[in-house]
Design a protein around this ligand. Sequence first.
Ligand code: GDP
Ligand code: FE
Ligand code: FE
Ligand code: FE
Length: 176
Amino acid sequence: MQMSEARFEHVLGVEQSAIALAKRYGCSVEKASIAALTHDYAKERSADEFRFIIENKGFDLNLLRWGNAIWHGLVGAYFVEHELGITDHDILEAIRLHTTGAPQMSLLSKIIYVADYIEPGRDFPGVEEARRLAVLDLNQAVAFETKQTLQYLIGKNVPIYPKTIETYNQWVAKHS
Ligand code: GDP
Ligand code: FE
Ligand code: FE
Ligand code: FE
């Protein structure tokens, strides 16, 4: 696995946070560690590599209209499975969902989604509140992160991946 020093630090930070959350919420520490260490495995792959996998390995071709931000988890899990030989479905799902979340997430997926956001190297408005919620109530932390991320993306005028909106609808939006 090759990656920049900054990304390596990030990955180790996610592992540290994920292990703490796994202990707090009764998840497998070993799975949390493996998922954290591999969640951004594909982040530095080229667009051509992702396009090849999407086109040839049965992915939804609508993914071709997106970019690395969406591909590195959702499609990146393919590289983790086939290059690292990790077959655990729970771990692969956590990698797939770590960027966008999903309406339904396993405990491990929530832990990786939140750990990626609150790891010690993160520094952005709201991260302290996210860290506070993460130890109090993991579901509230998922909701908070989802809302913050959507607001941040809207502020940048970037396209919102539909799954990100589904996550928001499930975890944040109240319906009557
Ligand atoms: P990282 O890989 O550790 O940097 O973190 P993530 O995997 O959580 O996010 C990767 C990038 O995708 C970040 O810049 C997010 O803001 C961005 N991102 C998350 N959801 C969406 C989305 O729905 N649309 C777009 N365009 N970007 C998103
Ligand atoms: Fe990521
Ligand atoms: Fe994230
Ligand atoms: Fe990450």
